[in-house]
Ligand binder design. Structure first.
Ligand code: ACO
Ligand code: OAA
Length: 374
């Protein structure tokens, strides 16, 4: 018998079809439901992009009004969610709080118990908007709690991006900051079968519920090889300190066989299609806050990495310093990614339900040959 071909990490394996997005390394493009992400980032609100991902088309004016009204009405946290978050020790990572809070939302959704409740497409549409609306409040509260500050209740006169920043910092920042934040959310919203989305689809494929699938996805996103890289980038910047030390730091790190966070990608091998857009947003923030040294360090490390390894930055590289300039603590960066990715995750979970096949690959056994108890 010949050995089966092993696809470690499922690299290069096409496991299913999707109509939600396409990542095209050959043309260095990323399309959400057919639209280039750069066009969406230039012209659309996060709410419009979320609607597009969830429903397949951009909303009409009336559909947008209804979608926004629903999202705004679902932002407030239940006292039970607050209590659960408050019980999580500050020694835990904020992603643990977000994961636990989402899991708790599922435990309190009694509609899951209705006959057909887990898979009911209408209920899942509502649950997707509920999760979309709840995540910013959870993430903003978690950021504030870590600073010893009280919850700020959401405001329904603000759009998604404005309200997210308002709930975190107590005021809506300058328009250019809100816009850079919106751009980051649009770019983070969806990326086909990445590890966290695939995790969500594996869970959904067992016909488990949407909250369980999102909870698992949050766990997968937390890792530094995936969403955790945006905060790891900031830790590296802190360690390096200034542009003149970037090359030496990189040489030492590579000699120690450390992975350089924010660089490389499983699919894009010649650069991440989202980076130029996020770098432009970072440049705006650097000008706004008058922090040129941040961009100098960014460029120095990027150049040195290109010279040493020819490996390009991924989206986590510009978004880390951008979130730092906006005023978020480093540990909140990956929760921001999770809040943005809710749109993509829930769209994929519903796509999985709509044409399901249990995801269950094979493995080649390489352990002990058959043996018996003596
Ligand atoms: C938004 C996102 O989630 S994007 C991903 C965010 N993650 C990161 O930024 C973490 C850092 N990057 C990495 O660890 C990797 O590039 C990954 C996990 C993203 C992709 O990994 P893979 O597709 O498996 O690439 P792979 O590991 O095969 O890399 C090929 C070679 O480049 C090297 N390489 C790839 N990325 C890096 C990096 N960031 N730092 C140093 N070396 C790297 C690998 O060590 C490997 O070298 P080798 O052939 O000498 O062993
Ligand atoms: O696609 C991936 O493997 C990781 C990524 O960039 C994302 O999830 O945004």
């Amino acid at each position: 018998m010949t050995d089966p071909e092993i696809h470690k990490g499922l690299a290069g394996v096409v496991v299913d079809t999707t109509t939600i997005s396409s990542v095209n390394p050959e043309t260095n493009s990323l399309l959400y439901r057919g639209y280039p992400v750069q066009e969406l980032a230039a012209r659309c609100s996060y709410e419009e992009v979320a609607y597009l991902l969830l429903h397949g088309d951009l909303p009409s004016a009336d559909e947008l009004v209804a979608f926004e009204a629903l999202e705004r009405s679902l932002r407030g946290l239940d006292v039970r969610t607050l209590r659960i978050i408050d019980d999580i020790p500050l020694t835990a990572h904020p992603m643990d709080a977000v994961r636990t809070a989402v899991s708790q939302l599922g435990a309190f959704d009694a509609t899951l118990l209705q006959p057909g409740g887990i898979l009911n497409p209408e209920l899942n549409d509502s649950r997707a908007v509920y999760l979309l609306a709840q995540l910013p409040t959870i993430v903003a509260y978690e950021q504030r709690r870590r600073r010893g500050l009280a919850l700020i209740e959401p405001r329904d006169d603000l759009n998604y991006s404005e309200n997210f920043l308002y709930m975190t910092f107590g005021e809506v920042p300058d328009e250019v900051v809100v816009d850079a934040f919106r751009v980051s959310l649009v770019l983070y919203a969806e990326h086909s079968f990445n590890a966290s989305t695939f995790t969500a689809r594996v869970i959904a494929s067992t016909l488990s519920d949407i909250y369980s699938a999102v909870t698992g996805a949050i766990g997968a996103l937390k890792g530094p090889l995936h969403g955790g890289a945006n905060e790891a980038v900031m830790h590296a910047f802190d360690e390096i300190g200034s542009a003149d030390r970037a090359a030496a730091w990189l040489d030492e790190s590579l000699a120690a066989k450390r992975k350089i966070m924010g660089f490389g990608h499983r699919v894009y091998k010649h650069g991440d299609s989202r980076v130029p857009t996020m770098r432009a947003a970072l440049e705006v923030l650097v000008d706004h806050y008058d922090r040129p040294e941040m961009l100098e360090l960014y460029t120095a490390l990027e150049t040195a990495m290109d010279e040493r390894k020819g490996i390009k930055p991924n989206l986590d590289y510009p978004s880390g310093p951008a979130y730092n300039l906006m005023g978020f603590d480093t540990e909140t960066f990956t929760p921001l990614f999770a809040a943005a990715r809710i749109a993509g995750w829930t769209a994929h979970i519903m796509e999985q339900y709509s044409s399901n096949s249990l995801i269950r690959p094979l493995s080649q056994y390489t352990g002990q040959p058959e043996r018996h108890l003596s």
